[in-house]
Design a protein around this ligand. Sequence first.
Ligand code: PRP
Ligand code: MN
Ligand code: MG
Length: 178
Amino acid sequence: TTRNYVIDEMISAKAIAARVEALAKEISNHYAGTDKLVVVGLLRGSFIFIADLVRELDLPVEVDFLEVSSYGNSTESSREVRILKDLRGEIEGRDVLVVEDIVDTGYTLKHVLEILATRHPKRIEVCALLDKPSRRETSVKARWIGFEIPDKFVVGYGVDYAQRNRNLDHIGAVRFTD
Ligand code: PRP
Ligand code: MN
Ligand code: MG
């Protein structure tokens, strides 16, 4: 069961689009000359961000997905991350960019980076749309971050609360009314 809530706009669709364009420029410059960048989206939360980001990248890109889950229907991290669907492609010797919607405690990203490192990519970097540094319980860091946000439960642009609101075009803060 989930609680009653309303959603207050925090980051507009326009602001997100502008930031995604800027991030894509930085990433394209960083990887200029690469023969292939494997962009790995973490399902499900990253699906909208990765779709917008890769369309702005001026690079030869392979898109792949990894599904992990830690939150289920809760607002609290389980701190145990399960791999639900693995990558389709090989990443050995490749430049890999992991794309996340949000880094909260950091357990999801830490676990994913550990797993991917065992496959000996050339290098792994992370791009996260949202970062909540005040909640971090691990030392992981994203090289590229869209927005640093306060410790509020957010939804939209891929991010869910109990699987709802992923389809909002903006980022909103959940305000519980019960
Ligand atoms: C959410 C979010 C990140 C992770 C961040 O995923 O999309 O992947 O939690 O939290 P953390 O830094 O505390 O680990 P979730 O497990 O809810 O799965 P989803 O992407 O399918 O919504
Ligand atoms: Mn996720
Ligand atoms: Mg979720």
